[in-house]
Design a protein around this ligand. Structure first.
Ligand code: ATP
Length: 193
């Protein structure tokens, strides 16, 4: 899935409507501390259905709505629109909107849908809110500082082979069990001689 465009309004520090065109290839966001780089990444995760306070750096659901500053009153809603090109090349437009006291609502290609339906759209781990393609600042520092074994785990996770370790352990256990059975069988055979 290719993310093409992101529109934000009232989301965290993006009080005024803002629109970003995302070109194919690797996209980096740079800027001074506190300018909203991480908020942009959170907007992408949020429109994909993310709610976890840790990922969203927020306490409650409504904390994503612009909370106001000394100069500006708070907003009543936050809205994020994501335009993407699905794997089959079909255009995809997902909108999530939250209003104070009214919860959040989603639309996919202009139709009202449930959170569950959006979760299905992004069910593939490679495209969803936890995709390794979305790299936050802390994660880069984490990769640089990681021990070789931890870095390997991250690479395996990105390559989608992390699950193979579990299967390998299973196979090793079965092999050990078979070796024990064989040894027992040989003892029995020796007893028959
Ligand atoms: P750094 O490089 O320091 O990590 P950053 O560019 O990633 O910064 P963010 O963490 O994305 O910046 O943005 C932080 C800013 O967003 C802060 O100024 C914070 O006050 C503001 N902010 C976060 N949530 C809200 C909100 N609900 N309403 C208004 N402002 C908010």
């Amino acid at each position: 899935m290719l993310i093409r465009r992101l529109k934000l309004s009232g989301f965290k520090s993006f009080v005024e409507p803002a629109e970003l065109v995302i070109e194919p290839g690797l996209t980096g966001v740079v800027g001074p501390n506190g300018c909203g780089k991480s908020n942009l990444l959170e907007a992408i995760r949020w429109v994909m259905g993310e709610n976890s306070p840790k990922s969203m750096r927020s306490g409650g659901m409504e904390d994503v709505i612009f909370a106001g500053t000394a100069q500006r009153p708070p907003r009543d809603f936050a809205e994020v629109l994501l335009q993407a090109q699905a794997g089959d090349g079909e255009p995809l437009e997902v909108t999530r909107r939250i209003e104070r006291g009214a919860g959040s609502a989603y639309r996919v290609n202009g139709r009202d849908v449930r959170a569950k339906d959006v979760a299905l759209v992004f069910a593939d781990a490679a495209t969803g809110a936890h995709s390794p393609a979305l790299v936050s600042q802390g994660r880069i520092a984490g990769i640089i500082a990681a021990k070789p074994a931890e870095r390997r785990m991250m690479l395996e996770e990105a390559a989608g082979i992390a699950g193979l370790h579990v299967r390998r352990r299973d196979a090793e256990n079965r092999l050990r069990q078979t070796e024990t059975n064989l040894a027992r069988l040989q003892d029995l055979l020796a007893g028959l001689d």
